[in-house]
Design a protein around this ligand. Sequence first.
Ligand SMILES: Nc1ncnc2c1ncn2[C@@H]1O[C@H](COP(=O)(O)OP(=O)(O)O)[C@@H](O)[C@H]1O
Ligand SMILES: [Mg+2]
Length: 447
Amino acid sequence: MYGMTIRAPLNGDSVAARESITPMNKPRSIIVWMVLTIIAIGLAAYWDDQRESAAALDDFAHEQVTLARAAARTLDVAGTPATLRSIEEPGSVLVLVSGPTGLLTTEGTPTTSPAIEDAIRHGATSTRLSRPEAAALGLPARTAMAGVAMSGHTTVVVVATAFKERDREVRAQWRLALSFLFCSAVVLAFGTLALRKQRKELELAHELAVAEAIRERDTRLVRADKLATLGALGIGIAHEVSTPLGVIVGRAEQLSSRVTGDERAARAVAAISEQADRIGKIIRALLNLARGGDATLERVRPNTIVSDAIELVQHRFDQEGVTLSQRIEPDLRSISCDAKLFTQVVVNLLLNACDACTSGGHVELIVSAKGEHVSFSVLDDGDGISEDAAARATEPFFTTKAAGRGTGLGLAIANEIVGHHHGKLHIASRGDGHRGTEARVDIKGLT
Ligand SMILES: Nc1ncnc2c1ncn2[C@@H]1O[C@H](COP(=O)(O)OP(=O)(O)O)[C@@H](O)[C@H]1O
Ligand SMILES: [Mg+2]
């Protein structure tokens, strides 16, 4: 009967949310880490190389200072710069003497070197000569180191080209470049592996999410299909029932005129007529909903729903030996509903609660305010409901009851009616230290 009234059969939101998990979201962080690691390795290696080459030049300068000191002592003894010529090596080591007239070679030729003169002026024991400065002194155009030592009033300077140190530096730079390339290759290889692994994991997660979304959609399609079947079945049954129902109403009316003397019989006939009329109204209302019409809404007090529903089910509770009590909060808001249909929802919840109890059990119907909603809560002390059954309880034809006892239609129909009233139906085990189940309908109250 409700096939045409299914609301939002497919949950597009969850599918969209799952599809937003793209496999490329996370690898970016791995790439950033790879780049940062390579930069860090490069900086560390460069810093180490600079430190090493500075230390090598320092050692070389120290050697020149020692040589200059030895030369200064020789000068002290021999007295003439020409004796220092033996220390010189053409094209790599040069000895200079600084006297009152400036710098002189061992041959007595005046020469200049701003770096050396600066070192002598400041009393430094060594200094570094740039390539042009070394070339200006007649040495190869390569970095040179000068060691400075005092001898009486003259100063001896030994200048040597840092061949080996520069060569070592060049080799060290090659080593630096090679080790940097090697480390980068290792980082890239591991990074690529990690990227591949992560991409595979993400693709797998994505596939799983899509499969889950498809499974969910299929479940919903099956449910929608069942609701459609239920709708068609309901319309057929309603059509079939309306004819015999018309006969019952007609015959009850005929009887009522004949039983005027018998008060008990008259009451019984009135009850038959009233209930047949009720069935007719419920069927018409359900048919109207099934055809896509709106529920005929009226302003109803919650107490009216409660008393009507209890009146309809009381005899079942008496038969089963289950007690039924009610608690209605005072000053509740009225609700806007089709009273007959909404009563039918509460009747369904009460009958399920009665079925769940054994003889001697207890069911309580509590109506309370929940914010701007009015809550109809049916609590029983039966065995409770499993999570799986609770999730499927409103599915058409879902029943855990024996054949002939359950149809699996009560909560499916109740859920449709509640949905048409923009309310919500919840069912779950009570879990507040009590046995049993709570079935609850929340519907917005009128101001
Ligand atoms: N109060 C309850 N306690 C335990 N289980 C319940 C309760 N109400 C409903 N259920 C479960 O939900 C199922 C569907 O209920 P319903 O749609 O009314 O169909 P039916 O009563 O014909 O089985 C029931 O078979 C039962 O498993
Ligand atoms: Mg039921």
